[in-house]
Ligand binder design. Structure first.
Ligand code: NAD
Ligand code: GLY
Length: 362
């Protein structure tokens, strides 16, 4: 097993990474917990619910399962309230511990429920998608969506621990693996050129979930995320670099309609665009841009940006949380393995957007 530690003012906690870790879940439940509430969804619960029930039985604590409907469409106030209804219905006190068993949707909503219930109860993240294992379960961002914006209602709230079982990835659809790998290769681009090169060499093993390769990729991703989050829990500075590719990616998701492209697919394509923009603004070597594009393609994500129309692209990207006033701010790469946030003039963006609209393959 590997252990990565996250140190933040909101709490320090371990990320445990191991095959079969689900069976050891009882270790992450504090002795003074009065009850354990496993929040999951119908898909994941039918695959792993019974195993988790057995793993937690040794704690001899009251166990409640809450199965939410599956999908981003349910990351809402109504679903959050459903969790509160059950917690209050069972008269659970402040020493109850929540367990988020699922992908990023379950993790974000369960984390937010934990932050709010009785002004805060403890919770454990048990991420079951690759994206959740390398990104959303680490760092304490929790949220639900509002009809007017994704992840707009939420809190920074750190878990007690993150328990990663690499075996559960075996039941994930291939498209979800590709989407998770987009976030993995992102860490190489923004913080570790050697890791990027390792991903290039091991891309087939990663897509096939070869145990050693996937374990290393998750560990290195968690190390980089933990290091960034430990420096800047609340994203007042360096944490923004974790959003490399996301400004373009969010525009794709919302421009095409949520659910058309997976979040990781949109981020993959967004990273190609952000690398192109880095070449324009910082003179990033064109061979690096080509390597970024080739690796995004090799992991199975789209590299051809959809033509949303230049004005619509600009309108969609202005909704980004990094935008200040009407000025665009992008995470860019001055070189492979180093990222920074830059103000980008509209004219620079329009050059790239014009190339998309004439189908030049950006
Ligand atoms: P998801 O949670 O919707 O999971 C994808 C699908 O895979 C779902 O249908 C789910 O039921 C299924 N699934 C999960 N684990 C499975 C398994 N082991 N086997 C078979 N099927 C399984 O999607 P996601 O990509 O994990 O997360 C996306 C969400 O994460 C978005 O809401 C996004 O906003 C959020 N997010 C949050 C952060 C953060 O820092 N908090 C970072 C990135 C993304
Ligand atoms: N996924 C970006 C962050 O956690 O900051």
């Amino acid at each position: 097993m590997n252990i990565v530690t996250v140190n933040t003012p909101g709490g320090s906690y371990p990320i445990h990474i191991a095959a079969g870790r689900l069976d050891a879940l009882a270790h992450s439940i504090p002795g003074n917990a009065t009850a354990i509430v496993v929040v999951s969804n119908t898909t994941i619960s039918s695959l792993y619910g019974e195993r988790v029930r057995q793993a937690l039985a040794s704690t001899a604590k009251p166990l409640v399962f809450i199965d939410l409907p599956d999908g981003e469409a349910y990351k809402t106030w109504d679903t959050l309230n459903l969790i509160f209804d059950r917690l209050l219905g069972h008269q659970l006190d402040r020493k109850a511990v929540l367990v988020a068993l699922g992908g990023g949707v379950v993790g974000d909503i369960c984390g937010f429920a934990a932050a709010c219930y009785m002004r805060g109860v403890r919770f454990v993240q048990v991420p079951t998608t690759l994206l959740a294992q390398v990104d959303s379960s680490v760092g304490g961002k929790t949220a639900i969506n509002h009809p007017l914006g994704k992840n707009m209602i939420g809190a920074f709230y750190q878990p007690l621990a993150v328990e990663i079982d690499t075996d559960v990835l075996a039941s994930l659809p291939a498209r979800e693996i590709s989407a998770g790998l987009a976030e993995v290769i992102k860490y190489g681009m923004i913080a570790d050129a050697t890791f990027f090169a390792w991903c290039e060499e091991n891309v087939d093993a990663l897509r096939a979930l070869a145990p050693q390769a996937i374990h290393h990729a998750i560990k290195r991703s968690c190390e980089i995320k933990a290091q960034v989050v430990s420096q800047d829990e609340r994203e007042s500075g360096v944490r923004a670099i974790l959003n490399f590719g996301h400004t373009f990616g969010h525009a794709i998701e919302s421009g095409l309609g949520y659910g058309q492209w997976l979040h990781g697919e949109a981020v993959g394509c967004g990273m190609v665009l952000a690398a192109e923009l880095s070449a324009q603004v910082h003179g990033l070597d064109r061979t690096i841009v080509a390597r970024v594009r080739a690796l995004v393609k090799a992991i199975g994500c789209p590299t051809q940006a959809p033509d949303l129309g230049a004005q619509r692209w600009l309108d969609l990207m202005r909704v980004d949380k990094k935008t200040e006033g009407r000025v665009f701010r992008f995470v860019l790469l001055p070189e492979l393995g180093r990222a920074q946030v830059d103000v980008v003039p509209d004219a620079q963006l329009e050059t790239i957007l014009a190339r998309i609209s004439v189908g030049q393959g950006v």
